[in-house]
Design a protein around this ligand. Structure first.
Ligand code: FAD
Length: 390
């Protein structure tokens, strides 16, 4: 029996498990990331700047709202969306975060819960990258407990008056529209707040050590008058924002695989060339164990995400399954990035090598969209039937 050489970044040949269409999506995004994203990300990260010129390019490739059918969106399946996230995050978590927020946290709720007028107004513009969105759920006093929401809105004739603030919001200061979740007398509602509405302000959070190539900010609402046309009619409970997070978390499970693959790729090359004690360092047993362990974690993460994607496409994916994969895959990617940083020795602290940038980014990715603890407790609740959050 002849033994086929394995791709070190795809040891279980996941490639052969995806359809031709899915492979085409993956390859076209991979080419874009190699040609257009990787060459600019190091500088964008160092300068703490979002590479805004890439927005029209990701739009051109059909990567914004790619799971939506109609409204100028690509109508791709869930595995394709996952592969898009994986390839983008191989470049940088910042650009993947932009695409996740625009697609899963802004376009998804407008499509799922919005009126036909809201869909027509926002979705084609957002698919083309002509309008940018952000998603305001987290508040300064504690994102893990969104039920304790202080931002509120009251009816005033046909309008709503919105007060409160949101913290750690991706795209905050570059957004044309913010989907903001607020408590009302009728439950939690979603409001499309437009950037020039009086009383609305967005401020950038500066000096981050993580996701430096992504915009993060705070939103403030001081008696913002929101017309009823800007309220999402289809949802009046926390189920609204939580269903958006399920979409985005699914994409994250794939995205972090890309970051981990970039780190493994870097150290496979480095340890081959680095000669210590008279032999390349990849000839040692301990180094091979460390590299093998990275491959084990990447393979496990790939299998989880692919299975999750197939379940999602059948309409069978559950939030607890997403939590398990978000927890596992983020932890795996962060541990790989930290170990890859160490394997590079002193060079590992230099921006010339990718692991430290991915490592710093992944500190955000493991925290946002539900911290590791939150996802562990979701799985624990599924197993025991007991809610241990409180
Ligand atoms: C770069 C970045 C971008 C973000 N983008 C967005 C965005 O676009 N929109 C948005 O709405 N939010 C966004 N977030 C917010 C993110 O989702 C929150 O930071 C996250 O949910 C955690 O909330 P928190 O920071 O308030 O931490 P807290 O909720 O205060 O948690 C603090 C600690 O307590 C732990 N903890 C929580 N509950 C329990 C418990 N029951 N038992 C034991 N320990 C517990 C947590 O795991 C954590 O370690 C972003 C965050 C970052 C860093």
């Amino acid at each position: 029996m002849s033994v086929k050489a394995l791709d070190p970044l795809d040891l279980y040949d996941i490639r052969s498990e995806i359809s031709e269409d899915e492979a085409m999506v993956k390859d076209s995004v991979a080419r874009f990331v190699d040609d257009r994203v990787i060459p600019v990300m190091r500088e964008a990260f160092e300068k703490h700047e979002f590479p805004g010129h890439l927005v029209s390019e990701v739009a051109e490739l059909g990567l914004l709202g790619s799971s939506i059918s109609g409204y100028d969106c690509a109508g791709l399946n869930s595995v394709s969306y996952g592969l898009i996230c994986q390839e983008l995050e191989r470049g940088d978590s910042g650009l993947r975060s932009f695409v996740s927020v625009q697609s899963s946290l802004v376009m998804f709720p407008i499509h799922a819960y919005g009126s036909e007028e809201q869909r027509q107004r926002w979705l084609p513009a957002m698919a083309k990258g002509e309008a940018i969105g952000c998603f305001g759920l987290t508040e300064p006093h504690g994102g893990s407990d969104p039920g304790n929401m202080k931002t509120h809105a009251k009816r005033d004739g046909d309008d709503w008056i919105l007060n409160g603030s949101k913290m750690w919001i991706t795209n905050a200061t570059i957004a044309d529209a913010a989907v903001v979740w607020a408590m009302t007398g009728e439950g939690v509602k979603g409001f499309i707040v437009e950037k020039d509405m009086p009383g609305f302000d967005a401020q950038e959070i500066e000096n981050k050590f993580s996701l430096r190539a992504s915009v993060t900010g705070a939103l403030f609402f001081d008696n913002v008058r929101v017309p009823k046309e800007n309220v999402l009619p289809g949802v009046s409970s926390l189920k609204g924002p939580l269903s958006c997070l399920t979409q985005a978390r699914y994409g994250i499970t794939w995205g972090v695989i890309g970051a981990a693959q970039a780190c493994l790729d870097e150290v496979l090359g480095y340890t081959k060339d680095r000669v210590l004690f008279g032999r390349p360092v990849d000839h040692t047993q301990t180094m091979q164990i460390r590299l093998a362990d990275m491959s084990r974690r990447i393979t496990t993460a790939q299998l989880l995400s692919l299975r999750l994607g197939r379940l999602k496409d059948k309409g069978e994916m559950t939030p607890a399954q997403v939590s398990l994969a978000k927890w596992n895959n983020c932890r795996a990617a962060l541990d790989i990035a930290r170990d890859a940083r160490d394997i590079l020795g002193g060079s590992g602290i230099s921006a010339e090598y990718v692991p430290i940038r991915h490592m710093l980014n992944l500190e955000s990715v493991i925290t946002y969209e539900g911290t590791e603890t939150v996802h562990q407790l979701v799985v624990g609740k599924e197993l025991t039937g007991v809610n241990a959050f409180g």
